[in-house]
Design a protein around this ligand. Structure first.
Ligand code: FE2
Ligand code: FE2
Length: 154
């Protein structure tokens, strides 16, 4: 699996978990907690793979436009990691407030994923070429194992 294929597969996993979480009600306290913990873990690993391996390669190989994309994408990561997700983790799962915050996080992530898949990843394909993407895919898989994420793919 090359780097892009691996990241797109992660996106599918996260989108599915977000759909499941959105479908829960205040009564599903345990399920909400479990789904949120899984989303947190998936995002942590995925974001790290992108920021450590793919993003720097795009920035390095590209020009001004790619540098802008790089900063925009990192800023979107930071919004979720530093603001939205911590707030959600601190919100009681038996409240309507929780559902509201899930909706916002889902919208942000779906927007971010859509931009990666329609702009950033095609740019990476063009700039980096097959061999580099294959090598990065290997590095990502190794890094995932290291982070203990190997068992999270359901
Ligand atoms: Fe991302
Ligand atoms: Fe991503």
């Amino acid at each position: 699996m090359n780097a892009i294929e691996l990241l797109v597969q992660d996106h599918k996993t996260v989108k599915k978990l977000l759909d499941e979480l959105s479908a829960t009600t205040e009564r599903a306290v345990k399920t909400r907690g479990e789904l949120l913990a899984r989303i947190e873990q998936e995002l942590k690993v995925h974001t790290e793979l992108e920021e450590r391996i793919l993003y720097p390669a795009i920035k390095q190989a590209g020009g001004r436009e790619e540098e802008k994309m790089y900063h925009e994408a990192k800023e979107e990561h930071r919004t979720v990691d530093a603001l939205v997700l911590p707030d959600l983790l601190g919100t009681a799962t038996d409240t309507v407030e929780f559902a509201g915050r899930v909706k916002v996080m889902k919208e942000l992530l779906e927007h971010h994923i859509e931009e990666e898949e329609s702009e950033l990843f095609p740019t990476a394909r063009k700039l980096l070429g097959k061999q580099a993407l294959d090598d990065m895919g290997q590095a990502m898989q190794a890094h995932k194992k290291l982070l203990g994420a190997g068992h999270s793919a359901a």
